[in-house]
Ligand binder design. Structure first.
Ligand code: CA
Length: 406
């Protein structure tokens, strides 16, 4: 009976093109013709498919849509947006909530975290810091209907193919019995639950740690924390290896040497005069290990020597500032000191300004990691090379002065 009503409702909605908005009509045709065959091939029951999209209309308010029958107005980046540095992202004010609540969570869930740490080899403060950053330790609302968001993006976003795979994965999560359709809540970007996993990532790394047979990263703290730990373990977290720390980098060591692909024995950096800000000597073990220079604001902010574990956190969210926030917050929960070097207040550039710089460097054959208006490590070190080629000291940071050199 229940199922009959659902099917009838679904068909009724699909069969009213004259009255329905033409876009909704096109959306439902897409679901039926393009998504259903793929879902069926993945053994998603028809009833799950119908329930998931019952009453669902496309979310035309999502960013980056390219709607059928309408002129493309997709802007790859907001060129007017002010380009942000780390000053706000890593301010003491921004860190305080994560660190203070994080300490309380470490205490409250201490026994659980100990078991998770033993199983996955990831330190509890790192897990807790990610939890805090992603969903305010589970307190954040996860407001959207995942099927409406993912369905719309699979239908009309810039990365349709990617989102179609995510949509089918979301259907599989329901048909595998982890959640009911009504419980599938996501962010506006389609990220699920307290760890904010995309659905394919959920299927790959989410775990049931409370033993009830369901991987419930929406409501279960054990499942949430163990799933975050399993993500990092699968991404290559090395047990017992420190992530790194703040360093002093003398002018003779160029900021253009940074990056995950520029690892070298820490002893080489130490030999060139790089030291820890605390003044403490590097341990013999650290000196023999591989290290990377990481300068998230070039010479306009603090510098770091990091281990490959830093880049494991970047796998979770591909931003140097995100990884630094998480790992520094984890240190602070364990009594670590604040950053010594401040992020300097630099001139105000827009993302459009940075994208133009990137395009000019690309025209010279330099790898800037794409003209996205963000100063990632490839852009920063390319800027450093432009400056050094012009006989200037490298800042590795976008500025009007650098634009003039191009
Ligand atoms: Ca569970």
């Amino acid at each position: 009976m229940f199922r009959t009503v659902l099917i009838a409702g679904f068909l009724a909605l699909a069969a009213l093109p004259a009255r329905a908005d033409a876009l909704t009509d096109d959306f439902r045709r897409f679901l039926e013709a393009d998504v259903w065959p793929q879902a069926k091939a993945e053994r998603v029951p028809r009833a799950v498919f119908e329930e998931a999209f019952s009453g669902v209309t496309p979310r035309l308010d999502l960013p980056d849509l390219n709607l059928p029958g309408r002129p493309a107005k997709v802007e790859e980046i907001n060129r007017q947006a002010e380009f942000r540095s780390g000053a706000d992202y890593l301010s003491e004010k921004a860190l305080a909530g994560t660190v203070n609540t994080g300490r309380a969570m470490l205490k409250r869930h201490g026994a659980l975290l100990k078991r998770i740490e033993a199983r996955y080899g990831v330190p509890a403060p790192v897990i807790v810091a990610i939890w805090g950053r992603e969903s305010a330790f589970g307190a954040a609302k996860i407001p959207e209907n995942a099927f409406a968001v993912l369905g719309t993006k699979a239908w009309a976003s810039r990365r349709k193919e990617m989102f179609r795979a995510e949509l089918v994965a979301a259907l599989k999560i329901v048909s595998d019995g982890h959640l009911r359709v009504s419980q599938m809540r996501s962010s506006w970007a389609g990220a699920l639950g307290q760890p904010q996993f995309m659905p394919t990532k959920f299927l790959a790394v989410a775990v049931d740690f409370d033993g009830d047979g369901r991987r419930d990263i929406w409501n279960s703290v054990p499942d949430t924390l163990a799933s975050i730990a399993n993500y990092l373990a699968r991404a290559g977290w090395r047990k017992g290896v420190a992530w790194g720390g703040e360093a002093r980098v003398p002018a003779a060591v160029s900021c253009s040497l940074e990056g995950p692909d520029r690892g070298r024995p820490l002893a080489e950096f130490a030999g060139a005069g790089v030291t820890r800000v605390s003044g403490e000597a590097f341990s013999a073990r650290a000196l023999g290990a591989s290290a990377h220079l990481m300068m998230p604001a070039g010479r306009a902010g603090p510098a770091f020597l990091v281990s490959p574990n830093f880049y494991v956190v970047k796998d979770y969210n591909n931003s140097d500032l995100y990884a630094l926030y998480v790992l520094h917050a984890a240190d602070r929960m364990s009594g670590g000191a604040p950053l010594v070097t401040r992020f300097a207040a630099t001139e105000r550039l827009t993302r459009g300004d940075v994208a133009r710089l990137q395009e000019a460097m690309q025209a010279r054959g330099m790898d800037v990691g794409g003209a996205d208006g963000l100063a990632g490590f490839k852009t920063r070190r390319s800027i450093g090379l432009v400056e050094e080629t012009a006989g200037r000291p490298a800042t590795c940071w976008p500025s009007k002065g650098v634009a003039a050199l191009l």
